[in-house]
Design a protein around this ligand. Structure first.
Ligand SMILES: Cc1cc2nc3c(=O)[nH]c(=O)nc-3n(C[C@H](O)[C@H](O)[C@H](O)COP(=O)(O)O)c2cc1C
Length: 290
């Protein structure tokens, strides 16, 4: 069976520039004897044909190509060209937030962020990564209670997660008196975001990377909208290693890799300025510029 892409060219608009041919990573677009593009038949998506990336539609300067019944006039415009400074400031000023207001984030903001998250890249354009978003505070409290009860029970038996031993657990407990109020696990974040995916087989490592990339994109988007965020490996470990019932309450399949959990909400303590990182990071750069 031949797979259908509904690749269509508006011949009145096409200037036969060949950009669609030269960006098609599936190499399934060719030019006919008059220079107009057409899509070859193929049997399967992916390596054997089209990657469903829609780059042909996106790259066409004349808006002459539609595919999968998506039309160029419905695509989002590109961002302004001077985004560099804004992104630099965003990345440099975003901070982890460990105290949140017990308040819902405007649902429209969450909708916007999740809509933008549709564009987070995935290996092989699989789009297999799933997002679990808990913006129901009562449910977050339920999850917290289950995870907490189990974590404390296990700690009393000397059982901890793989990277938070007794020492770290006690430190976290201590932080409940100031930094994390009464919630060392989720910092009282009213909402949670978890990216997860099935990671077995040939594409498994890509899918794990997809989860991590999704978390990073989500975190930046939240900060761009003035929200506080905290990336939490500890609570992820508790859910994965000690309290699988909490994962189950969220219908996260037991065979799914879950990336880091992101708590988000309005910050209780906003930051007044950036920090001054020590710039100790090793950057291995090969350049012939003096
Ligand atoms: C992979 C990863 C795991 C983290 N896990 C936790 C965590 O479990 N709990 C927490 O409070 N912060 C966690 N953080 C936040 C870091 O502690 C924080 O990024 C770091 O202290 C620097 O602060 P900044 O994010 O404001 O620059 C984590 C961050 C990363 C990148």
């Amino acid at each position: 069976m031949k797979e259908k892409t509904h690749f269509k060219v508006d011949y009145d608009k096409c200037i036969r520039c060949g950009r669609c041919v030269n960006t098609c990573s599936g190499m399934v677009i060719e030019q006919d004897e008059n220079g107009y593009p057409f899509m070859k038949e193929f049997d399967r998506f992916g390596w054997h044909g089209c990657w469903r990336c829609q780059h042909c539609l996106a790259v066409c300067p004349q808006a002459a190509i539609s595919i999968f019944d998506r039309h160029p006039e419905d695509s989002l415009p590109l961002p302004p060209e001077d985004m560099g400074e804004y992104m630099e400031e965003l990345i440099s000023s975003r901070r982890s937030c460990r105290r949140f207001l017990d308040q819902d984030v405007e649902p429209q903001i969450i909708d916007r962020i999740l809509s933008a998250m549709e564009n987070a890249p995935t290996g092989g354009n699989s789009q297999g990564v799933e997002y679990t978003v808990i913006d129901d505070r009562a449910r977050v409290r339920q999850i917290r209670n289950v995870a907490y009860t189990v974590m404390e029970q296990k700690a009393s038996q000397g059982i901890y997660t793989h990277s938070f031993s007794r020492f770290y657990y006690r430190k976290m407990k201590e932080s409940e008196r100031t930094v994390r109020k009464d919630d060392l696990l989720f910092c009282g974040a009213p909402h949670l975001f978890i990216a997860h995916a099935g990671c077995t087989g040939k594409w498994g490592e890509d899918s794990k990377a997809d989860c991590i990339i999704a978390a990073a994109y989500f975190e930046l988007l939240c900060n761009a909208h003035g929200l506080g965020t905290v990336m939490m490996s500890y609570s992820a470990e508790v859910l994965n290693e000690l309290a699988p019932q909490a994962r189950k309450m969220l219908d996260i399949p037991s065979d799914h890799y879950t990336g880091i959990i992101i708590g988000f909400g309005y910050p209780e303590i906003p930051y007044a300025r950036g920090v001054q990182k020590e710039r100790k990071r090793k950057i291995h750069r090969y350049t012939d510029k003096k």
